[in-house]
Each structure stands twice: as structure tokens, then as C-alpha cells.
Ligand binder design. Structure first.
Ligand code: PSU
Ligand code: MN
Length: 304
């Protein structure tokens, strides 16, 4: 038996058929430092409302699956150190044992689908890490995209990953990678990577129609939308390359493995760019939230 609790606004949106956008909580607990994390999460929710949809930030709190967090819950989650980071593998265990944890992209997709939400905004998805040929470190996010029917709006695979290998795995898994409005895949902090867009779409309606078409065909799995960071906020790939390489070398040297890898790398890059990476991260998440709100509204039109 799963106890699912909706926030007041998420419950209202559900009962009146208004479009909802899911948000993950690992970006709050493991992706940004306190107190900026809470401020950013609050801002992103406001951005979604301003763009005409209702936000639902997802987390497990004391054994309940929360779909939409009241402000005091968000504050408590964001200020608690060492919260569990939940993926497909451990969300059910956390619910079963009355635990508290933040949801990654994979766990948020499962929760969103369970709650009837089809669109989800985040920063960057997890993917194939550099050196995966020896470490086997491939995020559960990729498998999730292959099986859970949620459209995920991101700014592309994080540049700390091996973007080429991440795209190859997504292709193998049959996950559509849709680039918004340009011909190259974006790389999170930078607008461009060297990789050509597998699919390009320029507007929310096309993405919503593609989501609905997959459903009609009975194709399992979701869509990955990659939305380039706004030009004024991007960090050129050349500036980041040596910083990412140094962070990865330090992670290898200190034998950081498993769930700790992504938070470790993000934290090092934040330090080495003196906060510039964090500002870029905030800008791209906000940009994704607004686009996700547009897709959620389009989806409501195409499926009614
Ligand atoms: N994007 C960010 N910051 C983050 C993450 C994504 O800008 O912290 C999180 C997401 O929750 C994603 C997770 O699902 O990192 C991937 O972790 P891993 O590589 O351990 O699968
Ligand atoms: Mn991993």
C-alpha cells in the first residue's frame, strides 16, 4: 500500500484537469548547496505557475510519497543534511521503511506516472559516465526513460558525462532525444556539444503530439527533451573542459563510486568556477520549467 499525498495546489489541479509539471528533489538535496537550493526550488515552482501550469515537486517524506511539497516541507528537505538519494532501485524500500529521501530523475518519473503527470522538468539527466567501460557507471535514468511514459525536459546530458556514449545508449533503448530549436545536442552548461540532434522540434505542440502518438502506438517509455541553456547564461565548453577533467581525476583518485559520483563532480565544478556553474544551473532549470509548462498545456489540448 503506497501512501501518496498531494499538495493542496496539486490536488486542485488534478481535480479540475489543469496541467501539472513534476519536479525532482535530488537537484535540491544533492545538486545545489543550502540555502540557494530552497530558493531555487521555490523560484522554479513560481516559474511554472507563471507559465500556466501547476508544479508538483516529488519526494518521499517519512514513508509517504509526496506529489507537490508544501513550502515548509521543501524548506525542511532542503536544509536536512545527508538525505537519501532515491532511484528506481530504492524508492519502494524507502516507502516501506518509513524513510525520507529525495527523488532522482528515475524515481521522479515513476512517481509522476503513478500520479498521472506526463511532463517533468529537471536540469540534466544522469547518463553514461566517463570511464564507464571500466566502472560500468550508467545512470538508472536511461533505463527509466525507456520504460516510463513521461516527457522529461532537461538541458542535455551533464557535460561531466560521456555525452556520445549516453546518446548511443539512449538510441539502443529506443528513447527519442528531441533537441529544441537547434541541430546540435546541448551539453547542460553549454548550448552545444559536438553531437548532432537525433530529432529536432521547435515548439511545444510537436513534442506533445509525439508524446500522444507514442501512447497511441503503445510504445512504452518516455521522451527526452533537451532544451539549450539561454545564451547569456552559458559557460563555453572550452572553459569547462579542464575543470571537468580535473574533477573527474580527483573522483577517480579518491575512489568515489556509485551514487556519490554525480554530487561530488557537481560540487567540485561549482567550487572551481566560483559559483558560475551554479548560476548557469539555476538559469537552465528555470528555462526548462517554463518549456515543460508549455508542453503540459499542449498535451492537455492534444489529448482532449
Ligand atoms: N541535474 C542536476 N543536478 C542533479 C541531478 C540532475 O542539475 O543533482 C541529479 C538528478 O536527480 C539525476 C541524478 O537523476 O543527478 C543522476 O544521478 P546518478 O548519476 O547517480 O544516476
Ligand atoms: Mn551512477
Amino acid at each position: 500500500m503506497i501512501y501518496m499525498t498531494f499538495s493542496a495546489e496539486a490536488a486542485r489541479a488534478r481535480s479540475s484537469g489543469q496541467p501539472l509539471v513534476a519536479l525532482e528533489s535530488t537537484i535540491i538535496t544533492h545538486g545545489m548547496p543550502y540555502p540557494q537550493n530552497v530558493a531555487v526550488a521555490t523560484q522554479v515552482e513560481a516559474d511554472i505557475r507563471a507559465a500556466g501550469a501547476t508544479p508538483a515537486t516529488i519526494a518521499v517524506i517519512e514513508g509517504r510519497l509526496h506529489v507537490g511539497l508544501e513550502p515548509e516541507m521543501l524548506q525542511a528537505l532542503g536544509s536536512t543534511p545527508d538525505v537519501a538519494k532515491l532511484s528506481r532501485a530504492d524508492m519502494a524500500a524507502c516507502l516501506a521503511t518509513g524513510g525520507t529521501g529525495s527523488t532522482t530523475v528515475s524515481a521522479t518519473m515513476i512517481a509522476a506516472h503513478h500520479a498521472g503527470i506526463s511532463v517533468f522538468a529537471t536540469g540534466g539527466i544522469g547518463g553514461v559516465h566517463r570511464g564507464a567501460e571500466t566502472s560500468f557507471d550508467i545512470s538508472a535514468d536511461l533505463q527509466e526513460l525507456a520504460q516510463t511514459p513521461v516527457t522529461v525536459v532537461s538541458a542535455g546530458p551533464k557535460a561531466i558525462l560521456d555525452i556520445g556514449k549516453t546518446l548511443e545508449v539512449l538510441e539502443t533503448l529506443g528513447v527519442p532525444v528531441i533537441v529544441r530549436g537547434q541541430d546540435m545536442v546541448p551539453a547542460f552548461w553549454s548550448r552545444r556539444s559536438p553531437f548532432a540532434a537525433p530529432l529536432r522540434m521547435d515548439d511545444a505542440d510537436s513534442i506533445a503530439r509525439a508524446h500522444a502518438a507514442r501512447k497511441s502506438l503503445g510504445i512504452p517509455g518516455g521522451q527526452l527533451v533537451t532544451n539549450p541553456i539561454p545564451t547569456r547564461d552559458e559557460i563555453p565548453a572550452e572553459t569547462l573542459a579542464p575543470i571537468i577533467a580535473a574533477a573527474q581525476a580527483e573522483a577517480d583518485e579518491r575512489r568515489i563510486t556509485g551514487k556519490a559520483v554525480t554530487p561530488f563532480l557537481l560540487d567540485r565544478i561549482f567550487e572551481h568556477t566560483r559559483g558560475r556553474s551554479l548560476r548557469a544551473n539555476v538559469a537552465l532549470v528555470r528555462n526548462n520549467a517554463v518549456f515543460a509548462a508549455e508542453i503540459a498545456q499542449s498535451l492537455r489540448r492534444v489529448s482532449s
